[in-house]
Design a protein around this ligand. Sequence first.
Ligand code: HMG
Ligand code: MG
Length: 306
Amino acid sequence: MSDNHITIFEVGPRDGLQNEKEMIQTEVKIELIERLVRAGVKKIEATSFVNPKWIPQLSDSKEVATKIRREEGVVYSALVPNVRGLERAREAGIQEIAIFMSSSESHNKNNINKSIDETFPVLREVAEVAHAKGMRVRGYVSTAFGCPFEGEVPLASVVKVTEQLLNMGVYEVSIGDTIGVGNPREVKQSFSSLISLFGSDKLAGHFHDTKGMGLANVYAALEAGIRTFDSSIAGLGGCPYAPGASGNISTEDLVNMLHQMGLHTGIELEKLAAAGKFMERVLGRKLQSKVLAAMKSAGGIKNEHT
Ligand code: HMG
Ligand code: MG
């Protein structure tokens, strides 16, 4: 892959929809995923296999995962917290999973009901079983730029969790600004340090846009050498166990910025915007994407219904 190619990991169907108040119909989720694929998205976090009592919005994960029409060359990943979740994901035909934990104790406890040190053996077992079954495993480190309960998070904690996940054999760790409090200067510094320790090909950026710094943080991470970013269609999202967390950076805004900078994503912006508009219609409200709003007011979106 050339240095000019940026990989987009679309997380809207999981990170976005896990935070919607109303349960979205399974058919809508499937249509959203298929639209994203038609726009050229190659990596999608389609759902999660967490405890459905904790995240009822994604309790239809089995139906979503089994009913999506799989396209060759597209990764349909799912978030998994433990071996129970891994088994459910495998039964639904999932071949890539993401394991996740936080770099701050209180968010980890709130989100997955364990301390950081108690979480390592749980995730190590998930990774071992998944690898033994030939699955690929991605990792997330949440609250890497700040915690809703503890405030500042030392880089040493992010390094510790990242290292543990990489030792479990995850192919990449996505560094999460879960509540969107990072600023471009510290993002560039932190990613530069993480890259010097682990290499840029092992890292990705996952920015929430709570205070409007998401794209600036992408630019800072790009400058440090990161080439993979997570984003949500139309900026859907949040984390239900992180008070104050709002949506991820919008995929339309991210793709537009990267293309304007002469970088490649393989994604067609018109079709992406059509997927964003589809979600606005379904949810009955305007979503966060600025590029989507601009494209609508500039005369509509072509092929909106395809
Ligand atoms: P727990 O209650 O401590 O689990 O939850 P447990 O192991 O004690 O089990 C309790 C019951 O849950 C048992 O059933 C288990 O079988 C069942 P019972 O015996 O009582 O009938 N159970 C499950 N059922 C189905 N699927 C499972 C599963 N696991 C247990 N996988 C647990 C611990 C981790 C499961 C729970 O805390 C949980 O599901 N948490 C997930 C929370 C979540 O999804 N948060 C949002 C995603 S993270 C995020 O958004 C951040 C990210 O985007 C990056 C960023 O922005 O930074 C990734
Ligand atoms: Mg997130």
